[in-house]
Design a protein around this ligand. Structure first.
Ligand code: FRU
Length: 328
């Protein structure tokens, strides 16, 4: 009987620990831990719980976003952030939002995988009275508190313009797109077409879903079909790097221009310094801004519906000087 009790107890502990490993609390004050007041209380004196749903942690950019949120929240002992990772699974991310609502968090930050499927749970949370900050990838409609992100049309346009200035009229272009059910993928494509202004010809395009191995595979197909590729425009730096690896492995003498987006210091910017990429455009994570905005909302202040973050271009000419702001 005693042994049975011990086994049941052990099983219970395992179940509880497994539940906890999905989320990781950050920036919790020992003095205020456990207190969960309503969001209409003054920000300074109470503990607030923020639920953060990240669409995946398989890419360096998203790991950086969580690190930025954690670092910003750590400056405020009255904030506790519960991180959840959807592992690139839209249904799991929808459940995150519902779980945060049932847990009664004071605010939700979400960086959605896809626009359509996340629109409804976000709207339900918002209409139910929980403030929601949508970060980086937008959703449809306006049933959320605030959207924070850079202007992806502008970034795509700047990439298109840069490429147009560096190619001839007959240049062959490969476009490796980000997940086209996400708004940044759509915007980075539309802006690019506009910026290119009809110069060159896109001979191959594919959805590499933001993933380096997919980009590499798609580039293998492009290389098999075209002897002569002048430029690769990838919607993110992992995509551009995957294409670069494919060209290297194919042993092509002619190296196309490689252009990416994200410009993390340890990733895209380093690639430009090493001569792997010719240009990359910064896509800031917005982690710090999300926490700054959350604090205002929790203090009852009004915040703008959209906060647009600035982007920078990095090329071999300006990388040592820290790149240059994009203005267009
Ligand atoms: C990471 C990422 C970034 C990209 C962003 C767009 O998942 O693919 O590389 O800039 O998402 O939302």
């Amino acid at each position: 009987m005693l042994r049975l009790h011990a086994i049941v107890h052990l099983l219970l502990v395992i179940v509880i620990l497994a539940g906890c490993s999905q989320s990781e609390p950050a920036a919790k004050s020992a003095a205020t831990a456990g207190e969960k007041p309503k969001s209409d209380a003054p920000a300074a004196s109470k503990t607030f719980t923020i639920g953060m749903s990240q669409c995946n942690l398989g890419e360096p950019w998203r790991v950086q976003m969580n690190a930025d949120i954690k670092a910003a929240a750590a400056q405020h002992p009255n904030l506790e952030v519960i991180f959840k990772d959807a592992q690139n699974d839209t249904l799991r991310q929808r459940s995150h939002i519902e779980e945060f609502v049932s847990a009664g968090v004071n605010l939700i930050i979400v960086s959605p995988k896809e626009a359509e499927p996340l629109t409804e749970p976000i709207a339900n949370a918002f209409r139910g009275g929980i403030p929601v900050i949508v970060l980086d990838r937008a959703v449809r409609g306006d049933a959320f508190t605030c959207f924070i992100g850079a202007n992806n049309v502008q970034i795509g346009r700047a990439a298109g313009k840069w490429i147009a200035e560096h190619i001839g009229n007959d240049a062959k272009i490969v476009e490796l797109k980000g997940l086209m059910t996400s708004i940044p993928g759509q915007d980075r494509h539309n802006g690019f077409v506009e910026g290119l202004g009809g110069k060159g010809k896109v001979v191959f395009e594919a959805d590499m879903k933001w993933l380096e191995p997919e980009a590499r595979k798609e580039m293998d197909s492009a290389l098999a079909r075209f002897d002569d590729i002048d430029v690769v425009y990838a919607h993110n730096d992992p995509g551009a790097h995957g294409a670069y690896l494919a060209v290297q492995a194919a042993g092509r003498e002619k190296k196309p221009l490689f252009v990416g987006i994200d410009a993390l210091p340890q990733e895209g910017v380093a690639y430009v310094s090493q001569g792997i990429l010719n240009a990359t455009f910064q896509y800031p994570t917005g982690g710090q801004e999300a926490i700054d905005t959350a604090l205002k909302i929790l203090a009852g202040e009004k915040v703008p519906k959209t906060i647009t973050l600035k982007s920078r271009i990095f090329t071999k000419e300006n990388v040592a000087a820290g790149g240059a702001v994009i203005e267009n």
